[in-house]
Design a protein around this ligand. Sequence first.
Ligand code: NAP
Length: 256
Amino acid sequence: MDASRGTLDGQVALVTGASRGLGRAIALALADAGASLHLAADGSEEELAQVAGACVERCPSARVSRAILDLSRPDAPADMVDAAVREHGRIDILVNNAGVRIRKPFGQFTADDFDRLMAVNLRAPMLAAQAAAAHMRARGSGRIINVASQLGTVTDTHASLYGMSKAALLYLTRSMAVELARSGIVVNAVSPGTTATDFILATLTGAQRASRIDKIPAGRLGRPDEIAQAVVFLATTPATFLLGHNLIVDGGETAK
Ligand code: NAP
C-alpha cells in the first residue's frame, strides 16, 4: 500500500511539463496521493489529454484540467497559475518541472541559446512561483517544488549552459524558501540524475548509456517514478522545517 495515498485529498497541484517524461510521472504520483491537478505543457494536446485521463483513472475523485502554453513567453507563467486557480479555486502545490536542454561546447552557445534556455528553465519557474505564492500567501500555506538537476551542482561535458540554469534555479529555491517561510509556503528542489525517460533513452546511444551507468554507484539509470516519489515526499511531508533543500536523486553519483 502506497503510504502517500489519500494524503493530498482536496488539494490542487499544478505540474508544468506534464505531457511526458518526469512531469508525466510526477502528475501520476500526485494523483495517486489524491491531488486534483492542473497540467501544463507546450506540445501535443493529445499527449497531455492522455496523461490527464491516466490521472483520473488513478484517482477518480480528482479533477484534472490542462493547458497548452509556451512558458518561454513572459506572461505565460502567471496566466497558467491564474487558469489553475480559476479552474480549481485554489493552488496548494506548484511543481516547476518543464525544462529544455541545450548541450553545446562553451565556445559555441549563442545569446539566443542562452535566452531560450533561461526563459524556460529559470524565468518561467520564477514567474510561476511569484504568481502561485500570491495565492498561497492568502491561504497561509503552500508548497513549491522546483525540478533542477544534478548538473546544477556538478559539471559535465558541454553542459555549462544547462547547468547554469539549474544552479540558478537552486539558488532561487533557497532564496524563495527564506523569503516565503513565514507565509507558510515551503519551497524545496529535487535534482534528478540521469533518468530513463523516453527522451533520454532515445538520445543516448548504447555506448553512451553504458558509460553513464558506469559512473552511477547504483549501477543503473533512475526511473521516472523515483523522481516522482521524491516530489510527492516534498509535497506531503509534515516535516515543514525542511526548507530550501535540494533533494538529489541520482543513484549516488553526486556523492561519489
Ligand atoms: P522532457 O521529456 O523533455 O519533457 C519536458 C517537458 O517540458 C515536456 O512536457 C515539455 O512540453 C515541457 N516544456 C518544454 N519547453 C516548454 C515550454 N517552452 N513551455 C511549456 N512547456 C515546455 O524532459 P524530462 O526529462 O522529463 O525532464 C523534466 C525536468 O527534469 C526538466 O526540467 C529537466 O531539466 C529535469 N531533469 C531531467 C533529467 C532526466 O534525466 N530526464 C535529469 C535531470 C533533470 P511538450 O512535450 O508538450 O513540448
